[in-house]
Design a binder for this molecule. Structure first.
Ligand code: GLN
Length: 367
């Protein structure tokens, strides 16, 4: 790996912790919630996952960039993370299929990053103190100013971000046309669209704030609520109208991550901010109906609050084996189910892909 003459960069946390490193990506200043992801591969899919909008992504796997980037691996039309933090950034790549280095990719997307950070030490710090905001800068190097900026940065709790990443117009994505699925884009990952297309669904992907009448007119066989960034209670303020419409339609409803949280909120359950989120491709989840454990891809900082659970409303179908977090629900008052994690993976293992089949089976039964 070549060593480049590098500019300095600083990572400043809202609790006053300051780390020095080298600038990568676009020169500038950026901030957000400091998250970490434990995946060993898949940095491009992670950086383009719209659920990460407004967050700084710290990768615990040290070498990031060594296989470059390629259009096929984009989960959205641009990089969505607010900034990137690595231990050992690879300026060069070795992959005949790649079209750009990670450095070029971040520059083209104007994403600021820092490398040379002891990411494992910082993860231990966050796991002890809880999630917090931070700022990365390669232009302003005054530590006190940067810590102050991190302190002043908007808190994730209460933030409505889905409307910032949703598409501007409804779009039809054709599959084999066996089932018509109305999918709500709060930051939908491309691989969710692909998984539904591959299973014979034609999708109408609606922007986050589409009025109910427009959705109703499309006459779907099933409804899908996507993943997305921000606090689910903030998005719920406008989204529950369509979630409730889908519920009352009597058609099968499936939700992933933010979609799962919205479906739970619509039933009167509550969500809470987690002390530290789950982000990685090796989270063990137990399917309570089969007793089997799935290794899953996860990216969430909020979760359904177990204290708000009500047997008459929903049954817990999946739990996280690391900390008992609710990872899946089956609703009692309508044909709907949802998971907090990512069956589409990308990156990650495909253990949970059966959930897409389950949704298709429910639509098949109704037809
Ligand atoms: N991947 C997602 O949809 C994330 C949902 C929500 N923004 C959370 O952090 O919990």
């Amino acid at each position: 790996m070549s060593l480049r003459p590098q500019k300095k960069a600083i990572l400043a946390l809202s609790d006053g912790t300051v780390v020095h490193g080298q600038a990568v990506g676009h020169e500038g200043i950026t901030g957000g919630e400091l998250c970490f992801n434990t995946s060993m591969t898949g940095y491009q899919e992670i950086f383009t996952d719209p659920s990460y909008y407004g967050q700084l992504m710290m990768m615990t796997y040290p070498h990031i960039g060594n296989y470059g980037t390629m259009p096929r691996d984009d989960e959205a039309r641009k990089v969505m993370v607010a900034g990137v933090i690595t231990r050992a950034f690879s300026w060069e790549y070795s992959n005949p299929m790649a079209d750009r280095s990670l450095q070029e990719y971040l520059e083209d997307n104007e994403i600021t990053g820092i490398s040379g950070v002891d990411t494992r030490k910082l993860v231990r710090h966050i796991r002890e103190k809880g999630v917090m905001n931070a700022v990365i800068s390669s232009t302003e190097l005054d530590e006190d100013k940067l810590v102050q900026m991190a302190k002043d940065w908007d808190d994730m709790e209460g933030l409505e971000l889905a409307s910032k990443v949703t598409r501007s117009e409804a779009q039809t994505v054709n599959g084999e046309d066996e089932y018509r699925v109305a999918a709500f884009d709060y930051g939908i990952k491309q691989n969710i669209i692909n998984n539904l297309n591959e299973r014979g669904c034609t999708l109408r992907v609606f922007p986050a704030k589409t009025p109910v009448e427009e959705v109703e007119a499309w006459e779907a066989d099933g409804y899908f609520f996507s993943n997305g960034p921000g606090d689910p209670t903030a998005t719920a303020e406008y989204a529950l109208e369509v979630v409730d419409f889908a519920k009352k339609s009597g058609k099968p409803v499936f939700g992933i991550c933010l979609g799962h949280q919205l479906m739970a909120l619509n039933e009167g359950l509550k969500t809470k901010k987690m002390f530290v989120g789950h982000r990685g491709a090796n989270q063990p989840v137990k399917n309570l109906s089969t007793g089997l454990v799935e290794i899953s891809t996860q990216n969430h900082g909020f979760a359904v609050d177990e204290d708000s659970l009500d047997d008459k409303i929903a049954e817990v179908t999946h739990v996280n084996l690391n900390d008992g977090t609710i990872e899946g629900l089956k609703f009692k008052n309508f044909p709907g189910f949802s998971v907090q994690y990512h069956p589409e993976a990308s990156p990650g293992p495909h253990d949970s892909a059966y959930l897409f089949d389950q949704f298709i089976d429910m639509m098949k039964e109704q037809k």
